[in-house]
Every structure is written in C-alpha cells, then in structure tokens.
Design a protein around this ligand. Structure first.
Ligand code: SAM
Length: 288
C-alpha cells in the first residue's frame, strides 16, 4: 500500500489514507505470498500476537479480533432474537463464523469467501481465530465472489454479515448499491444486514456512500461503533440496515437473550450493544 520501498524490513507499513501511516513491528514472519486475488502476509507482533495483512492492510490480529467479531455478530443476532440462518460475506479468517456458531439456535451458516488461500493460511497460521468453526457441520463454506453469489442466490437469511476488506481490490464490489440491493432481497422478514464500514474519521466517504444506499433500501438504516486498536483512526463504523424493528429491542430483552445464549464475551455486553448506536455528531453528520 505504500509507494516507498525503503521502509525497514521488520515493520509492516500500512497506508489506507493518503495522510496517515500505521506501522507494526514484525518479530517473526510466518508467511508472505500472493494468491490470485491478493498478497497475504502473516507475522508476529509482541503486542498484537499473530497478524494477517492482505495487500499490506491489517485484517485480523490474535489480540484484538474479539472486538470486531463480537460486535458484528452478537449485536444483530441478539437484537433479532431468532436467527436460524446466517450468511457471512468474506470472513476468510473464520473469526466471524466462530462467533455466529456460538449461538445454538443458529442452524446454518453460509460463508462466501473469494479467496480460498485466506482460509487455508488462516487455518494453518492463525487456527485460534476460527477456533474449530470450519469443522462445524452447520458451516457451509463457498469459495466465490460474494457479489456474484448474492446476485444469483435465492435463499433467505435472518442475518447477513459483510466481513469484507476495504473498498479497494476484490472488496470494492461489496460496497456498491447493486450489492446492497441484492443483499436486501436475500433477507428474510425482519432480517438484518450489517457491514464493515471503515473508520469514519479517516474513511468518512465510505460510510456516507453506504448509508445513502441503506437509506434507500431500509426503513431502519444507521451505523454503530466500536473501537478496535489495529483499525487506526478512532472507532470503526458498522452499517445496520433492516426493515424490521430489531433496533428497538429493549435492554431487559437483550440481557435475557444474552444470558440464555450463555455467551462469554470480552467486549460485547447488552449495555455496550445499546451504547454503540449512540453516534457522536461528527459521525452522525456523515449519514445523509
Ligand atoms: N476485518 C477485516 C478488515 O480489516 O476490514 C476484514 C477481514 S478479512 C476476513 C476480509 C475478507 O474478505 C478477506 O478474506 C477477503 O478475501 C474477503 N473478500 C474480499 N472481497 C471479497 C468478495 N468480493 N467476495 C467475498 N469475499 C471477499
């Protein structure tokens, strides 16, 4: 992602924004190679543990992935209250499937990942992220472009989770109005679409574009926030779109569902869930 070639070899330098760089020290390099879709690198950092980057951009770390994965799964699933079928678009490291499958009521999870290499390398070098999810009989892994799958598929889902890379390279199609329209058509009644929407302080346009599309598609379209240390620049936004009323689920109901699900979490609580929808004005202004 950088146009300089003289960065120290033992640092991963990420540039997602023209005016901002993030460096992570590499103590051990485990893997660095390219698939037909992207360059995959897995390395160790003393604070964050093993880290996977795609085209130089951090995707997942052993230490802080729990925040991202808990918030993109338990928020829609517990707000909905009766999720049986879930679809994950992207998600090749398996962390999203890990959290969805913690819900016993979930009968089937389809995961559509474009790059089988990500799945293979994460199973080998980051097995703790998926924590056995790929062996769960409820998981159906499809190696395909999520946008093409969404267009052609005829099934319905209670929750659709877009766990994509940023809108460059293969992930770009997952941020288009066409893709969001096809996703809405695949939601069962009361179903919820949630999306990875970048860090609004640095990637505000990305959030605005998604929210404009969601406003045209859903009666309830907003975003919620969580701070994830390796996604630098402030809290990350997650898009939320539904034609149901799940966001009105009250705290007592969320608490009861959380307890009934028997979840052990390190970030998610029903209180954090509700608070995550409180948007600071600088974020609210990005929503058309
Ligand atoms: N949390 C991450 C981040 O930093 O934004 C993203 C996690 S990573 C699991 C995202 C996954 O999306 C990658 O494995 C990538 O191969 C996959 N992906 C990108 N474009 C895709 C597409 N068009 N269809 C399906 N999967 C895609």
């Amino acid at each position: 992602m950088t146009d300089r070639t003289d960065w120290p070899a033992d640092w991963n330098i990420e540039r997602l924004h023209d005016d901002h760089l993030q460096g992570l020290r590499i103590t051990t390099e485990f893997y660095d190679s390219a698939t037909e879709h992207q360059r995959i690198r897995v390395f160790e950092n003393p604070t964050f543990g093993r880290i996977m980057t795609l085209d130089g951009v951090v995707q997942v770390t052993e230490a802080d992935n729990f925040i991202y994965h808990e918030m993109l799964t338990h928020v829609p699933i517990l707000a909905h209250g009766n999720v049986k079928r879930a679809l994950i678009v992207g998600g090749g490291d398996g962390g999203m499937a890990r959290e969805v499958l913690k819900h016993d009521g979930v009968e089937q999870v389809t995961m559509v990942e474009i790059d089988g290499g990500v799945v293979d390398f994460c199973k080998q070098y980051l097995p703790g992220i998926s924590a056995g999810a790929f062996d769960d009989p409820r998981l159906d892994l499809v190696i395909a472009d999520g946008a093409a799958f969404m267009k052609e598929n005829a099934d319905f889902y209670d929750v659709i989770i877009v766990d994509s890379t940023d809108p460059v390279g293969p992930g770009e199609v997952l941020f288009t109005d066409t893709f969001y329209g096809h996703a809405r058509a695949r939601l069962a009644e009361g179903g919820i679409l949630v999306t990875q929407n970048g860090v609004p302080f640095l990637q505000g346009e990305e959030l605005t574009n998604t929210m404009r599309a969601f406003r045209a598609l859903f009666s309830d379209a907003t975003c919620y926030l969580a701070t994830i240390p390796t996604y630098a620049g402030g809290p990350m936004a997650f898009g939320w779109g539904t034609n149901g009323t799940a966001r009105q689920t009250d705290l007592a109901t969320l608490r009861a569902r959380f307890e009934a699900a028997g979840l052990s979490t390190d970030y998610y609580t029903p209180e954090v869930h509700q608070g995550a929808f409180a948007l600071p004005p600088y974020v609210a202004r990005l929503i058309p």
